[in-house]
Design a protein around this ligand. Structure first.
Ligand code: NAD
Ligand code: ZN
Ligand code: ZN
Length: 344
């Protein structure tokens, strides 16, 4: 089968031929129907060889959807032909966090060598994808896999933090979304779907600000210090109640710290390498600063329900599998709007 692989540190990914895997006991083989491309892969491919955490070659892609092609022994809840999406942050399945569906925070995954598809295990940018457990697929029924596959990360990751900050998203509150790309534009739709907050989007790209407005943002501003004043004006001086930083660079974390009011939440989602110092009174009193990683299994089940209700409209750029390497180039150049999805 064809697969988009990262073969050598520092070299661009390539489309290669690899064997179709066979499902062992408890495993599921999917015929991939759609696979999303996340900015995190660019970060992975920027790491040096010294501490590179995954074995190469690595089939990329941690957003996967597929039709069940075959199941191993002891798989009971999915059947050949089912249309599913893949829950990516695989955990051990039995620890306390995993028992709560919070496999994204499984403390045992690393020691057990359990890694997500595309981030250690062979990923979804291929014709077939092996899923290690029926826990890690969610049925999507008649939903379009191309539209739905971004929910597994570009939807799941913002949904996890939007839910976490929900008590701060009351009517009259102001939520700021920094970076209206793959994750951010879905984050805006989620904020509008589950809260009454006024949503302000910040982005350096005009096209992304337009997408933010089409996604339901009430305001879209340049990502620049002047926008701190605008947010203050919108809140009668009080400041934002929640910030979702989908960039995480020094410049955006600085803005986040300056925009929030007291008792706010700053959710650091992007892995842009910035730092936000926390000390008494800065950011303002009562403010929580938190990182996050992906989302829970139940979050993904809820997101699929939201999609079935028609509450989400992911902006997708559709490509063939063979175009995978060019898609990464386009992403690096800031030329993708919303989410790029490859269809094998
Ligand atoms: P993307 O490339 O699709 O979108 C990035 C957006 O940010 C673009 O609209 C871009 O114009 C904008 N941007 C860039 N620099 C900016 C700045 N200084 N100020 C404002 N906007 C700026 O990326 P994506 O796939 O949505 O990923 C977003 C980030 O989230 C990445 O850092 C990615 O690695 C990270 N991520 C984290 C998790 C997690 O679990 N924490 C999960 C997935 C992705
Ligand atoms: Zn990702
Ligand atoms: Zn666990």
């Amino acid at each position: 089968m064809r697969a988009v692989q990262y073969l050598e540190v520092g070299q661009p990914p390539r489309v290669v031929d690899v064997d179709v895997p066979e499902p062992g006991p408890g495993q599921i083989l999917l015929r991939v129907t759609a696979a999303g491309v996340c900015h995190s892969d660019l970060t992975v491919m920027s790491w040096s060889a010294d501490n590179f955490p995954y074995q190469l070659p690595l089939t990329l892609g941690h957003e996967g959807a597929g039709r069940v092609e075959a199941v191993g022994e002891d798989v009971g809840s999915v059947a050949v032909g089912d249309s599913v999406v893949v829950y990516g942050p695989w955990g051990c399945g039995t620890c306390r966090q995993c028992s709560l569906g919070r496999e994204n925070y499984c403390p045992r995954a690393t020691e057990l060598g359990i890694m997500p598809p595309g981030l250690g295990r062979p990923g979804a940018l291929a014709e077939y994808l092996l899923v290690d457990s029926e826990r890690h697929v969610v049925g999507i029924g008649d939903l379009d896999p191309v539209q739905t596959v971004p929910l597994t990360d570009a939807g799941l990751t913002p949904y996890h933090v939007v839910k976490r900050s929900l008590p701060k998203l009351y009517p009259g509150s102001v939520a700021v979304v920094i970076g209206a790309g793959g994750l951010g534009h879905v984050g805006i739709q989620l904020l509008r779907a589950v809260s009454a907050a006024t949503v302000v989007a910040l982005d350096i790209r005009e096209e992304s600000r337009e997408l933010a407005l089409r996604s339901g943002a009430h305001h879209a501003l340049p990502s620049a210090p002047a926008s701190v004043d605008t947010v203050r004006e919108l809140t009668d001086g009080a400041g934002a109640t929640a910030v979702f930083d989908f960039v995480g660079a020094q410049a955006t974390l600085d803005l986040a710290g300056q925009m929030v009011g007291m008792d706010a939440d700053i959710n650091v989602v992007g892995i842009g390498g910035g730092a936000l110092p926390v000390s008494f009174g800065s950011p303002p009193y009562g403010t929580f600063v938190g990182t996050t990683y992906w989302g829970t299994r139940s979050d993904l089940i809820e997101l699929v329900e939201l999609a079935k209700q028609g509450a989400l409209n992911v902006h997708v750029e559709r490509y063939g599998l063979e175009e995978g390497p060019q898609v990464y180039e386009r992403m690096e150049a800031g030329k993708i709007q919303g989410r790029a999805v490859l269809v094998p």
